[in-house]
Design a binder for this molecule. Structure first.
Ligand code: FES
Ligand code: FES
Length: 159
C-alpha cells in the first residue's frame, strides 16, 4: 500500500508516493536520483549508505522511509556550500583518503556527524566513532588523517 510522505532532503521538500517500508536508501537513489549514498551490504553492517537524519549518522539501507518523513535529511550531495566543498571533503582529497571511492560518501557523512558533535576528536575517538564503516581498499589510516585535518581546518576557520 503506497502512502504520500514528505521528505526534506538537502533543504528541499519532496512529496512522494511510496511504499512506507521501502528503505530510505532506495528512495534517495531511485526516486530522487541522489546516488551518492551507496548500497553495500543492505544490512546496516558496512556504512556505505550513511546519511545524516536530524544531524545523526544513519544507515539509510535499514531505515524505512516513513520513519524519516518530515525530518531533515542530509546526503553527500548537499554537503558543499556556495560551491565550496565541506572541509572534510577537501581533507579527503588532500590526504588521498580514497581509492575506489565506494565507501567514501558514507565515511564522509559519519565524519561530519562526528565533527559536529566533537570538533576536536582524539585519534581513539575517531576510530571508535568510525568503527563499523568498511573500506575494502583499506584506506583506514588516511581516513583518520583526513578527519584530523578537517578538524584542524575547521578550528582555524572559527573566528
Ligand atoms: S549498505 Fe547500509 S550499512 Fe551497508
Ligand atoms: S576507497 Fe574503496 S572501499 Fe573505501
Amino acid at each position: 500500500m503506497r502512502e504520500v510522505i514528505e521528505l526534506y532532503v538537502n533543504g528541499v521538500r519532496h512529496r512522494l508516493e511510496v511504499e512506507p517500508n521501502r528503505s530510505l536508501l532506495s528512495v534517495l537513489r531511485e526516486d530522487l536520483d541522489l546516488t551518492g549514498a551507496k548500497y553495500g551490504c543492505g544490512e546496516g553492517q558496512c556504512g556505505a549508505c550513511t546519511v545524516l537524519v536530524a544531524g545523526r549518522a544513519t544507515r539509510s539501507c535499514t531505515t524505512p522511509v516513513h520513519l524519516v518523513a518530515g525530518r531533515s535529511i542530509l546526503t553527500i550531495e548537499g554537503l558543499a556550500r556556495d560551491g565550496r566543498l565541506h572541509p572534510l571533503q577537501e581533507a579527503f582529497l588532500e590526504v588521498g583518503a580514497l581509492q575506489c571511492g565506494y565507501c567514501t560518501p558514507g565515511m564522509i557523512m559519519s565524519g561530519v556527524a562526528l565533527l559536529n558533535a566533537n570538533p576536536d576528536p582524539s585519534e581513539a575517538e575517531i576510530i571508535r566513532f568510525m568503527n563499523g564503516h568498511i573500506c575494502r581498499c583499506g584506506t583506514y589510516g588516511r581516513i583518520v588523517r583526513a578527519i584530523q585535518r578537517a578538524a584542524q581546518k575547521m578550528k582555524e576557520a572559527r573566528p
